[in-house]
Design a protein around this ligand. Structure first.
Ligand code: GAP
Length: 452
């Protein structure tokens, strides 16, 4: 398989309605993208697949959908106010700004000048005013990770669900970072989505659970259609670890622009619950935490056997939805020769991720009988609840096949004049391009089996 270029993916995304530059008609804003009709389906399917694997297929993880606006106290005690920074330099010649650690030869990428300021820390969090008076006295942050509200809800979830450790809390949602140099399409953006699990374990059992989640997350990505040969692990060096982590393993993917992080799996120790708990002095907190005299809640679990309170350790698999989307698109994109003259582009997505599960196409555009029959088949398949089924009334079968190959629709179902006589339809398979004729019952069975 030839490696895809980012330009090919960007072009397909725009052409077929997956992703557009955000605020485009006013010139766009760097680092922001909008997911179009096909993009939102694929993204939802990816998130749903993660949610199913975390919540529905097991019984030790609960879900959460917390607010994005976050109180400054939360992000003070999490360490983000002090340490969530990137090193910033200004070019004195052309006045552009850059991340110091991403400069080649310490020169300005724009004008090549070496006349740069000393690097200084730049906090990546966005702030916004809360309430009607914008005088700086009352503000909130847009969360830079979904994790923190999981920790602040720890006690709520523990008491309302009767969970005991080990157990986890999972959340999918938007995060915001004022990246100095957003780049590589949706790889590094300022507004993105994360799928994060905080899994609370007995101190001492953390290393075993860390290993468990590294394996589990690696296998999940493979089940989404990522080839093993494009994945590797990076054991993050001690000097590079984030302030909360004792050990982090990154899952690295070979993106079109190079090898970079797709997901990080961190052992966050008791740093987070220890930072946000009240009465810190009552506990033997292992991590180095800031004194907290604002929290109103004890974030610990009660061991009834010996009547002691423990702050659990946390293992955190944290994946980027947008990076996952990019990786999956990159894996699925194929260009194939059909014969000596013709080739096609197709997205060989796993069926559960395909934006459209089946397209139902009447052979002739405005033929009432064909159209009505196709609409009935669409409704019947839609009712099976496997995802979006599309009625296509544009007439040109060849063009429809090409379009649906490019958006990754596994099945195209054509309703023709034979259908009106014997109820059979033609079912075309995206990957093999093979066609077969199926009657109504066989079609339903085939469709169900395909997506189960
Ligand atoms: N709670 C831990 C945490 O947020 P992180 O390594 O900073 O850790 C986790 O982020 C994941 O979020 C990354 O592996 C990546 O997939 C995604 N991510 C982080 N920053 C991003 C950005 N600017 N644009 C797109 N995705 C990003």
């Amino acid at each position: 398989m030839v490696a895809r270029t980012m330009d090919e993916l960007v072009s397909l995304c725009k052409r077929r309605g997956f992703i557009y530059q955000s605020n485009d008609i006013y010139g766009g804003i760097k680092g922001l993208y909008d997911y179009g009709p096909m993009g939102v389906e694929l993204k939802n399917n990816l998130k749903q697949s993660w949610w199913k694997s975390m919540i529905y297929e097991r019984d030790d993880i609960e879900g959460l959908d917390a607010s994005i606006l976050t109180a400054p106290d939360v992000l003070k005690h999490s360490g983000h106010e002090d340490t969530f920074t990137d090193p910033l330099v200004d070019c004195k010649s052309c006045k552009s700004r850059w991340r110091a650690d991403q400069l080649e030869n310490k020169s300005c990428p724009s004008c090549k000048s070496n006349d740069l300021t000393e690097s200084r820390p730049f906090n990546l969090m966005f702030k916004t005013a809360i309430g009607p008076v914008d005088d700086g006295s009352s503000f909130a942050y847009l969360r830079p990770e979904t994790a923190q509200q999981i920790f602040t809800n720890f006690k709520n979830i523990l008491t309302s669900t009767n969970k005991t450790i080990p157990f986890g809390i999972a959340q999918i949602g938007k995060s915001f970072r004022n990246e100095i140099t957003p780049r590589n399409f949706i790889f590094r953006v300022r507004e993105f989505e994360q799928m994060e699990l905080e899994f609370f374990v007995e101190p001492g059992e953390d290393a075993t659970w860390h290993k468990y989640w590294i394996d589990s997350r690696y296998n999940w990505w493979i089940n989404q259609g990522i080839d093993k040969k494009n994945l590797e692990f990076l054991d993050v060096e001690k000097s590079e670890l984030p302030h909360y982590s004792k050990a982090t393993i990154d899952i690295i993917y070979t993106f079109p622009h190079g090898k970079e992080e797709l997901e990080g799996i961190a052992n966050r120790t008791d740093f987070d619950l220890g930072s946000h708990t009240k009465n810190q002095e009552e506990f033997d907190i292992k991590a180095k935490v800031m004194k907290n005299d604002k929290s109103t809640t004890k974030l610990a679990v009660h061991n009834l056997e010996n009547n002691t309170w423990t702050i659990p350790f946390v293992i955190e698999p944290s994946a980027g939805v947008d990076r996952g989307f990019l990786a999956i698109l990159n894996e699925a994109y194929k260009e194939e020769k059909i014969d000596d003259k013709n080739s096609r582009i197709l997205l060989a997505l796993k069926p559960h991720l395909s934006p459209i599960k089946a397209a139902v196409i009447p052979l002739k555009k405005n033929n009432e009988e064909l159209v009505n029959h196709a609409k009935t088949i669409k409704s019947n398949l839609q009712l099976l609840g496997m995802g979006r089924v599309m009625f296509e009334n544009s007439g040109n079968i060849g063009k429809n096949y090409r379009r649906h190959d490019e958006i990754g629709t596994p099945l195209c179902i054509t309703v023709d004049f034979e259908t009106l006589e014997d109820q059979t339809v033609t079912v075309r398979d995206r990957d093999t391009m093979k066609q077969q004729r199926l009657g109504p019952e066989a079609l339903i069975k085939y469709y169900q089996k395909y997506f189960e």
